[in-house]
Design a protein around this ligand. Structure first.
Ligand code: BGC
Length: 353
């Protein structure tokens, strides 16, 4: 554990190191329960940090790109920041302003990415492979009903996987949709773009969006569109095609509906970077994955080691329930009720060839 700078609430953020016997390593901070570094070997055994971010917590607190953070209470967009639950309408923080009008994004102005989490006793020792963060989101926070107790556990496995487990319980019915917002570049953070990665996404359908990046309603087949990643494609091959969905997203910014067979961990996506030989497989218990190709990064600020992260210099694979679910009865439900436990697992498995 090492000090990582000062969080806006005055607390000293801490950085915790998780590693396995092969040198695969994750570093996480209690501010935002954020993944800060992830060191994975290439085909020659050389390690690189494959996630974008900052060298100190002040960077995370000062920008709104959500690098590596835990996102909640509801990841992704909620139309007009409003939903009705059990006959009552709730107004959430409207913290995102796309062309279609303001909406709620990633939990609001002070979402789970912008709070200091506590660390479970017993998971804070020097040499460890996992750590558990806890946070209580109080009734009314960002407009959400009920107190919500959340746990996020990060672990590294001997097989070079980063495993993230989420649990939550509430004292009133509330929507919950948790994810991690890491930006990956398998050539190493700071590489100029991520367009050469070969990507597959195990989805036959996606959630179409309107010009405000909010779901239009229903699902659409990927077949015949530039969103078909059932067979591997370079991320950059079709990203600028004149397709309505790519125009709305300014590139890929879409939730894919995973072709999963039953419950449990299922393969969501794979990414392979030919230069380094690094390969990432994402497995999840969630029904969807948002592919976001960092279309809104523009190199305007300095990240780790002074790197300026340009447009499309990384990709996010945010495992989650679908956007705007509280307003979409046709989507898998996100309402957590008292007495129930929300739980979800995502694994990022690394290899090289
Ligand atoms: C969203 C983007 C948004 C970004 C913010 C992503 O998860 O899909 O639309 O701009 O988060 O960093």
């Amino acid at each position: 554990m090492t000090p990582f700078g000062h969080a806006p609430d005055g607390r000293t953020a801490q950085l915790y190191r998780l590693e396995n016997s092969r040198g695969f390593r994750a570093e996480v901070t209690d501010y935002g329960a954020t993944l800060v570094r992830l060191l994975a070997p290439d085909a020659r055994g050389e390690f690189a940090d494959v996630v974008l971010g900052f060298d100190r917590v002040e960077g995370y607190a000062g920008h709104d790109a959500y690098f590596g953070a835990t996102i909640g209470r509801c990841a992704n967009r909620i139309a007009a920041g409003r939903f009705t639950l059990d006959g009552r309408t709730y107004s959430l923080a409207q913290n995102n302003h796309p062309p279609g009008g303001p909406c709620h994004l990633h939990g609001g102005r002070r979402g789970f990415d912008r709070v200091s989490w506590s660390v479970d006793e017993g998971t804070g020792s020097e040499s460890r492979s996992s750590i558990r963060f806890r946070f209580r989101s109080v009734d009314g926070e960002e407009g959400y009903p009920g107190n919500l107790d959340v746990e996020v556990t990060y672990g590294v496995t001997e097989a070079n996987a980063l495993r993230i487990e989420y649990r939550a319980a509430a004292d009133r019915p509330t929507p919950v949709n948790l994810t991690n917002h890491s930006y990956f570049n398998l050539a190493g953070e700071g590489a100029p773009d991520a367009l050469g990665h070969m990507l597959t996404v195990a989805a036959s359908q996606f959630v179409p969006i309107d010009a405000g990046l909010v779901p239009k309603g229903g699902l659409a087949p990927v077949g015949g569109t530039p969103l078909d990643f059932r067979a591997a494609h370079r991320i950059g091959d079709r990203i600028d095609q004149p397709h309505e969905q790519l125009r709305h997203g300014a590139g890929y910014d879409h939730c894919f509906v995973l072709d999963r067979g039953g419950a449990g961990l299922a393969l969501a996506a794979t990414a392979f970077e030919p230069g380094s030989g690094r390969r990432l497989e994402v497995h999840t218990t969630e029904p969807g994955v948002q592919l976001y190709t960092a279309n809104f990064l523009n190199g305007s600020f300095a990240g780790k080691k002074g790197h300026r992260y340009g447009r499309r210099s990384a990709f996010c694979l945010e495992t989650e329930h679908f956007p705007d679910s509280p307003n979409r009865p046709e989507f898998p439900p996100v309402i957590l009720r008292p007495g129930e436990t929300f739980s979800s697992v995502t694994e990022y498995r690394f290899s090289a060839q």
